[in-house]
Design a protein around this ligand. Structure first.
Ligand code: ADP
Length: 489
């Protein structure tokens, strides 16, 4: 895991940066959209409220112009029914006085500025009065600010909208719509005086967007997409790396094969050297013995026998060399071979190796010969290879735990030979690749042995399979068709 992180850390950092940048971009987009909607709503609310306040000015101006007669019927009082925001209408005829001194002050101001003036503003109670000085009578309206809000045209749902809307005037404040302002996050603000010179209230709108308001779903989706793309890139890179490694291994394997050819040649030279030297010495000794007077015939005969033995050893070496380099077509030379003999032969050839590693081979075989259809040299190569692999594998375990068991058996059509060892066994990921050319776990391995064995077994109409043995160890099984003689017995 750590290795993986180290190897792909640049990609991981790039992915994290891309995720963060994308998510931040999405959040900004969402905030910009929310701000747009907020400002649009605030502007609409501002326009609606401004229009309503302008209506009040128009009503007063009309009253001042028409100057309705002060009759008992008081026609101006009908305005209350017409305009919900007007709670009452008062008038001060010439020579009369306002009941409220604040109205008198407002009238003086109105006369000076030539437009309606405010009186008795109680913003918290949503009340104020608006006075217009005129001749012969001046008029005052008693207003209800809450009723001024045109809720039927209002752009927001007053109970559920997150936007707070308030009116502010000289330190007083009336909240028209509560909204939700709490916690941390982003704050949108809007503040603008309503478009009425006579009623200079500020409209204030505020909205708070908390963390929960961010588009988490989209942000997560974006991060997933980035992670997915990154994972694909990593897989692709990894595959490319593996392909490269495989090519490199193949190349190395070929180099190694050349090296082993060199070693083989050196080994052969060494092996030839010994018998040839001995041969030379023996024949020279025989010559000397025969030249003696009288010639020592028994000793000379002895020397010649040794010479012949050494010559046979050299011939054996040649035979081994030929078998190593030549790949005969086993199918062409199939013949009945007794597995017991082949095993005995292979164990005999490997006796020094077994001894060096303090391993004794155990053979479990039926009394009757198991005769299979095989090419003797190919069969010998396979068994030799399997035994050698087992010995090499068992080098990794203590001497006392080494055991090599060779089992022969037959079924109706086939004879089987199983080589089981108590080495480390085969890792599950190595098992399917065991027979691939150049697959090896040994530092000095070539990885061609099992591949060749499998090819040879296949050409003889048989199979070679490998299994891991619990608790440990490996077993290789060679299956070959029974020879006709045996099958019919
Ligand atoms: P090499 O011996 O050159 O490695 P082989 O084809 O003979 O090539 O074997 C391939 C691999 O199979 C070995 O490297 C080893 O990992 C595994 N193998 C073969 N025989 C055994 C065994 N008896 N026990 C465990 N592993 C084995």
């Amino acid at each position: 895991m750590m290795d993986w992180i180290r190897r792909y850390r640049l990609w991981i950092v790039a992915g994290l940066v891309a995720s963060a940048l994308g998510a931040a971009g999405l959040a900004r987009l969402q905030l910009a959209q929310l701000r747009d909607a907020f400002e649009t709503d605030a502007r609409i609310a501002h326009r609606l409220l401004s229009q309503r306040l302008a209506q009040n000015d128009a009503v007063l101006a009309t009253l001042a112009l028409l100057q309705p007669q002060a009759q008992a019927s008081a026609p101006e009082q009908r305005l209350v029914a017409l305009y919900p925001q007007i709670l009452g209408v008062q008038r001060r005829d010439r020579d009369a006085a306002w009941a409220d001194a604040r109205l008198a002050a407002a009238e003086t101001l109105s006369r000076a500025v030539r437009r309606p003036a405010l009186a008795g503003v109680d913003l918290a109670g949503a009340r104020y009065q608006l006075v217009l000085a005129a001749e012969p009578a001046s008029f005052a309206l008693r207003m209800d600010l809450r009723a001024t809000v045109p809720w039927n045209e209002w752009p927001m749902a007053p109970d559920t909208s997150p936007v707070r809307v308030a009116l502010v005037h000289e330190g007083q404040r009336l909240v028209l719509q509560p909204g939700r302002i709490d916690g941390s996050g982003w704050r949108f603000d809007f503040r603008k005086p309503l478009a009425s010179a006579s009623q200079p209230f500020d409209m204030v709108a505020q909205q708070q967007v908390g963390w929960a308001g961010l588009p988490w779903g989209w942000m997560a989706a974006w991060s997933l997409v980035v992670a997915g793309v990154l994972a694909l890139a990593c897989v692709w890179l990894r595959q490319r790396e593996e392909r490269r490694r495989a090519e490199e291994l193949l190349r190395l394997g070929q180099v190694a094969r050349l090296n082993t050819l060199g070693e083989l040649a050196a080994g052969m030279a060494h092996e030839f050297n010994q018998p040839l030297t001995a041969l030379l010495a023996s024949t020279q000794a025989a010559g000397r013995l025969l030249g003696e007077d009288p010639p020592d015939l028994p000793l000379a005969r002895n020397a010649m026998a040794v010479a012949a033995q050494q010559a046979r050893r050299a011939a054996d070496v040649v035979g081994r060399l030929r078998r190593a380099v030549q790949r005969p077509d086993p199918a062409a030379q199939l013949q009945p071979v007794v597995l017991q003999d082949a095993v005995r032969n292979a164990l005999y050839l490997l006796a020094p190796e077994l001894q060096a590693r303090q391993v004794t081979g155990q053979v479990d075989a039926p009394d009757a010969p198991v005769t299979v259809q095989a090419e003797p040299v190919a069969l010998e190569q396979i068994i030799h290879n399997l035994l050698l692999n087992a010995l090499q594998a068992m080098e990794q375990v203590p001497v006392g735990e080494r055991s090599l068991r060779i089992t022969l058996a037959t079924d109706a059509t086939h004879g089987t030979l199983t080589v089981a060892d108590t080495g480390p066994g085969i890792a599950s990921d190595a098992l399917p690749r065991l027979f691939e050319p150049f697959f090896t776990t040994r530092a000095d391995g070539l990885g061609l042995g099992l591949n060749l064995c499998e090819t040879l077994a296949g050409r003889m109409g048989g199979q070679l399979t490998a299994t891991h043995q619990a608790p440990r160890g490996a077993a290789f099984q060679l299956r070959l068709p029974l020879a006709a003689t045996q099958a019919t017995e």
